[in-house]
Design a protein around this ligand. Structure first.
Ligand SMILES: [Zn+2]
Length: 170
């Protein structure tokens, strides 16, 4: 079906703005609501990361030279050294459907890694999601109109989802 021709099912539609023909995300544990990248960007939840204080060259388990980071720490009221949480900047979803993960910055100031999971606040969208931070994962339909589990999406499903535009192109 759709995996070959790049089309989307009829009900593959953003529950907020009604957009179709773009990548959609669903709550990790549910098949709805489906939301698009633009609506997720407007509703993104605050996230934090643990910054690295300094980077140095080290040796990995297989003997190769690699970067090793030391987390920034400060002492708490009991004198214990604890990691520091920094707020993450606001994100926009890239063409692959990813945002910076909470791994923070690498030795050259780049984000260390990306994730296709979006943390969003759906309080105004669904009464079932009142926590203010819902983890949304790529919504990839099966041939039967169900959704693939996050870790069981077949390769052709991943390819289909990635090829869909992230944002509407006018
Ligand atoms: Zn939308």
């Amino acid at each position: 079906m759709l995996y070959n021709d790049g089309s989307t099912p009829e009900n593959y539609k953003c529950a907020i703005c009604g957009d179709t023909g773009v990548k959609l995300w669903r709550p990790y544990m549910d098949d709805s609501p489906l939301i698009c990248a633009s609506c997720a960007e407007e509703r993104q939840s605050a996230r934090t990361y643990n910054p690295i204080e300094k980077w140095g060259k080290g040796t990995s388990l297989n003997g190769e030279t690699c970067w090793i980071g030391t987390f920034l720490r400060k002492s708490d009221e009991n004198g214990n050294m604890v990691m520091v949480n920094f707020p993450m900047p606001r994100w926009t979803v890239n063409e692959e459907g990813c945002i910076p993960s909470s791994d923070g910055f690498g030795p050259e100031g780049e984000w260390l890694s990306n994730t296709d999971q979006l943390s969003v606040d759906l309080v105004d969208v669904s009464e079932s999601y009142s926590s203010g931070s819902i983890s949304m994962v790529p919504a990839v339909p099966t041939e039967d109109g169900e959704m693939w589990g996050y870790t069981s999406v077949p390769e052709e499903g991943c390819v289909w989802w990635k090829k869909l535009p992230t944002h509407r192109t006018e």
